[in-house]
Design a protein around this ligand. Sequence first.
Ligand SMILES: C[S@@+](CC[C@H](N)C(=O)[O-])C[C@H]1O[C@@H](n2cnc3c(N)ncnc32)[C@H](O)[C@@H]1O
Length: 249
Amino acid sequence: MKDRKTTHFGYREVPVEEKASRVAEVFHSVASRYDLMNDLMSGGVHRLWKRFTIELSGARPGQTILDIAGGTGDLTARFSRIVGAEGQVVLADINESMLKVGRDRLLDRGIAGNVVPVQADAQYLPFPDNTFDCITIAFGLRNVTDKDLALRSMLRVLKPGGRLLVLEFSKPQSKLLEKVYDQYSFRLLPTMGRLIAGDAESYRYLAESIRMHPDQEALLGMMREAGFVDCEYHNMTGGIVALHKGLKP
Ligand SMILES: C[S@@+](CC[C@H](N)C(=O)[O-])C[C@H]1O[C@@H](n2cnc3c(N)ncnc32)[C@H](O)[C@@H]1O
């Protein structure tokens, strides 16, 4: 039998070419309840993680920013206010359901003038070289099939000196926290997912995909390998989440 390349989808091994469609099912399913679930699951703390991401971005009026895997547009909304009428924010996501919720939400809040929604895959960004001052990917890289390819693609479209910020779940820094967090993610999350989003499986995938994602040091190494310089990371909430930063030389 011919060898088929596989990758992980949560704890399951699936053929590489199947992962994207499985991830798509997850986000089609949860899109309408995504924001509510985020607030409930994190007790609102995801807003602080995102605020720190904006602070570290150094975004300024007039800049061009890419929020890839931007989903319902939390970071995009904040960037839109910062870059102002002279700047532009591209809200990009592979999933049209998430993008639609994001677009509607931005319009409802009167934020849209300088935002361009684009359906795009982080691995094959459809933008010219050296386009963006800053790229963010928040809770998105974990879902991408070939993370190295995505990092190289982001490097290509960044301007020299531009920065990439990767906000992602990571490895808790204490054994005790890890234990509590495991109980929470594998017992409570799927139940909350079932009750609120009508979908336990997607939230089980969330817990599993977090455990399969490269930890702080591994991701740092991947960013350096892709060609980013001055790479560093900041743990938040005891390492449950980490913000990685790298520059394009
Ligand atoms: C957990 S959501 C994060 C949304 C938003 N960034 C936030 O922080 O709230 C992950 C997003 O990644 C998107 N995504 C998954 N794979 C992707 C890919 N290969 N390229 C672009 N977006 C992708 C999903 O469609 C989903 O909207």
